[in-house]
Design a protein around this ligand. Structure first.
Ligand SMILES: Nc1nc2c(ncn2[C@@H]2O[C@H](COP(=O)(O)OP(=O)(O)OP(=O)(O)O)[C@@H](O)[C@H]2O)c(=O)[nH]1
Ligand SMILES: [Zn+2]
Length: 333
């Protein structure tokens, strides 16, 4: 759905409302500060946030309702924080730890707004139906490279196609494992345990990306049959009610990994990036960048293009080169 453009006045009004709301919450937070005893600071991870209310998971997997101390930044789902229990009231988040990675999206004013932090694996989901777009897959992979996150490709709904068709379908993705993106054919319908995927999720914080209808919700459901129970537990811990489901939420998986899920995170797209960022987003280009005869080589028709030479020698897949040009065209225009 196209995002509605807001006028400058509307943006200012929204910001004024947000500022007022923030001030009110800060006053409440100050009250809680006074109740802070000498409790030991503890480490935790933000599971969900609503304004200054946070659900923070400790190392044992217990979730605590916390408020946010003033001027420590804006934690998002997945952030590592320091928090202190208060004994009676909600705990207080007193510090935000540096982020390993952050996934952002521009807000209606065009400012980058973090959606989730410390993600370590992006799972790009594709399926025979709806038919995949190679450009979209590469766009997600560029995003993964720029954020500094590992990625893999999960080819779902394999039950929909016969073995010969399956071979042809997977062939279109066969160049990815060679550049370090595992390709896992699955069918969440036939194998709800997703045996092939599970080992990749352990000890990591993952998100699912992919076009509408490829099976992301079905995969989330299969990975977390207890998701509703977890949401219930969260609502109880935070007193925030079940609307937590619409916010980015970090769920604990049975094998120790985490999965961050929310409509916002799932519809994440690559924002505006420069040409050189795009080049860096294609990891197999790295050894050749800077080796073209012309510094401003477009890698299309110039003589002495190192990338095209690598492509001709079969080192760079032609589909990736084509995706690069397509995305470069989008970025330019
Ligand atoms: N045959 C088959 N159907 C599947 C499989 N996985 C999901 N589906 C079906 O595909 C349809 C779309 O699945 P969803 O899980 O809603 O897809 P999604 O990616 O979450 O879609 P959005 O919420 O629109 O982004 C549903 O009817 C699912 O039952 C599979 O492995 N095999
Ligand atoms: Zn070139």
């Amino acid at each position: 759905m196209p995002r509605r453009r807001l006028s400058q006045r509307q943006i200012e009004r929204i910001r004024a409302i947000q500022d007022r709301r923030r001030r009110r919450l800060e006053e409440r937070t100050t009250d809680v500060m006074e109740q802070l005893d000498d409790a030991e600071p503890r480490a935790g991870r933000v599971v969900v946030r609503h304004g200054s209310n946070l659900a923070v998971e400790d190392d044992q997997g217990q979730v605590h309702h916390c408020l946010l101390r003033r001027n420590i930044g804006q934690p998002v789902c997945g952030d590592r924080v320091v928090w202190q229990p208060t004994g009676t009231a909600a705990g207080v988040v007193t510090a935000l730890q540096p982020r390993d990675t952050v996934l952002s999206r521009p807000d209606y004013g065009g400012r980058d707004k973090p959606l989730a932090a410390n993600i370590s694996l992006i799972i790009v989901v594709v399926a025979p139906r709806p038919a995949p777009s190679g450009y979209l897959v590469d766009q997600y992979l560029v995003a993964a490279e720029l954020i500094g996150v590992q990625a893999l490709i999960l080819a779902n709904k394999m039950d929909l196609i016969d073995p010969p068709e399956r071979g042809a379908f997977l062939q279109a993705f066969a160049h990815y494992p060679a550049i370090g993106y595992p390709l896992l054919p699955v069918s969440v319908k036939q194998d709800p345990q997703l045996e092939a995927l599970r080992p990749h999720l352990a000890e990591r914080t993952s998100i699912l990306l992919g076009q509408s209808g490829v099976g992301k919700s079905s995969i989330v459901q299969a990975l977390m049959p207890d998701r509703d129970i977890q949401i219930g537990r969260l609502s109880k811990a935070t007193g925030l009610g079940r609307h937590t489901t619409s916010a980015s939420t970090c769920y604990r998986l049975a094998n120790g990994g985490h999965l961050i899920d929310s409509p916002g995170v799932r519809s994440f797209r690559l924002g505006a990036i420069s040409r050189s960022q795009l080049e860096q987003g294609f990891r197999e280009f790295a050894p050749f960048l800077g080796h073209c005869r012309f510094a401003d080589c477009s890698h299309r028709h110039e003589p002495g293009c190192a990338l095209r030479a690598a492509c001709e020698q079969g080192i760079i897949a032609p589909q990736r080169m084509e995706s690069f040009h397509h995305l470069a065209g989008l970025a330019a225009g």
